[in-house]
Design a protein around this ligand. Sequence first.
Ligand code: APR
Ligand code: PHB
Length: 389
Amino acid sequence: MRTQVAIIGGGPSGLLLSQLLHKSGISSVVLERKTRDYVLGRIRAGVLEVGMVDLMREAGVAERMEAEGYVHDGTKISCGDEIFHIDFKKLTGTPVMVYGQTEVTRDLYDAREAAGGDIRFNVENVVIHGADGDAPFVTYSAEGQEHRIDCDYVAGCDGFHGVSRQTIPLDVRKEYEKVYPFGWLGILSETPPVDDELIYANSERGFALCSMRNANLSRYYIQCSLSDSVDDWTDAAFWEELKRRIPREAADKLVTGPSIEKSIAPLRSFVTEPMRWGRLFLCGDAAHIVPPTGAKGLNTAASDIHYLYNGLKDFYLDGTCDGLDAYSEKALARVWKAERFSWWFSSLMHRYPDQSEFDLKMQQAEIAFLRDNENAQKVMAENYVGLPY
Ligand code: APR
Ligand code: PHB
């Protein structure tokens, strides 16, 4: 069979691209190796930049986000028992939307299915052929049958462990990586959030984050050792440690409860260049990974999709290739700024095993400067709410 754009990966990147293409009358097929339920079972971050909010509206999938999402005008940052507020709205005129990535993905799946979108689950052995030529095609197997999809372009939206990035020859691509010496232990609990904003906490015992999904669903994280396993942490041990890392005023009002999800995620910064090879375009986690500190994973995937969607739309509707030809350079320019912010915020808020006393003093001085200087807060706010596309 033939489609205009073959999309590898049915996560937020692939689904958002497919839905936007559909809105412009451009055909696509999404190939997903897991099931819809498996994809929706992944618990990810929950802060959307204004650019992602606008893309959801453009894709026609913003109704539930508008109804159930939380508009946050700022965030709280703490160091030990001291806590201060960064006012995004005052400093940038822009808020952020707190709405779980699982819900974003659910809304996109619902929209694609309502529109009769072609999403194929449980696909195996996906191979991208002829990406460096003029007649690319994708083969895959499913239920013991071999399949071939001829297409004009391939969008590699298959995440960090997908096949798309590996399709680009090693002598063409260059990879950059930083692995952090700690992980995040996260839990989901059906308890009211500890505060009406997020709290990013730097403490002598390590980083912690208090987040939320709704009025009775909270998301908490604590920095943990890479040698930790989820089994090392009972719920009681998690709550006790979290209380020791957040300010006393927050710890005293924290409502604890049983975890309904508990997992450990490693932290890495990763970028592959270029993000295009012939008729193959890499988007989202297939091309780049950030530590979750700045909530930039989905939001950087969103700007990739914005650039690629508009390049494809210009090609199919106006016959111009300028957008596609500029994709990799334009996407990477924003990717690297998101990488920098995520690295900076992670460096500011976490305790590193090899930190010297001097390093700690530098970290505390930088937090104090952020607390006291409105220009420093404006720079942080501009990056957090999202740099322009
Ligand atoms: N064939 C088909 N599908 C694949 C393959 C493959 N070979 N490899 C991976 N996939 C699927 C995965 O099952 C997953 O559903 O591709 C999808 C990739 O989705 P994500 O990993 O969520 O990446 P992306 O859509 O770019 O979203 C980026 O979501 O995962 C978070 O932290 C990430 O916030 C970031 C955002
Ligand atoms: C989350 O709610 O899961 C979340 C929020 C902000 C972050 C990371 C994760 O920076």
